[in-house]
Design a protein around this ligand. Structure first.
Ligand SMILES: [Mg+2]
Length: 156
């Protein structure tokens, strides 16, 4: 069966703030894994097409996003209110896996297509006094990779 991966951007792959893009740890390895294994990858985001592509292009120039994800750039155009997967063109629901950090974006009846990922919060800046407590490295993209492996029988 054709396998389609739909990715949220903000809070899932990266977090933006104050003009800075904070890529999530493990982003490059995760995107290389999905490019290798899924038949199709799309981006479903509340960011508009232009902003979404600009952010990913910027990360691509830093070798964090494979260029195959940008040419062509598969932007899913939905309602703007949620991530209704019936808006993914040429796909049936059972072919789709959605990775998203926001439960409020998930449409009723499509919960089984969703793998939830914790919202990425970049490590806080070190203050003049140094960091008070060492923050554990975010490993959510590795965890989600394992969940994908457990749910999808690639190559069968
Ligand atoms: Mg999000």
């Amino acid at each position: 069966m054709k396998q389609i991966l739909i990715l949220d951007i903000e809070g899932t792959l990266l977090t933006t703030g104050a003009g800075t893009i904070h890529p999530r740890p493990g982003l490059k390895a995760f995107l290389e894994f999905v490019v290798e294994n899924f038949d199709e990858i799309g981006f479903y985001t509340l960011l508009n097409h232009q902003a979404a592509k600009a952010i990913l292009t910027h990360l691509s120039k830093n070798d964090l996003v494979p260029t195959q994800l940008l040419e062509p750039f598969n932007y899913i155009k939905g309602t703007g209110f949620n991530k209704d997967l019936t808006y993914v063109p040429g796909a049936t629901l059972d072919q789709i896996t959605l990775i998203d950090d926001s439960p409020s974006m998930i449409v009723k009846g499509q919960e089984d297509r969703w793998i939830q990922i914790r919202s990425f919060v970049p490590p806080s800046r070190t203050s003049a006094f140094g960091q008070v407590a060492a923050e554990a490295e975010d490993t959510e993209l590795q965890r989600v990779t394992e969940v994908i492996h457990s749910r999808i029988p690639f190559g069968h």
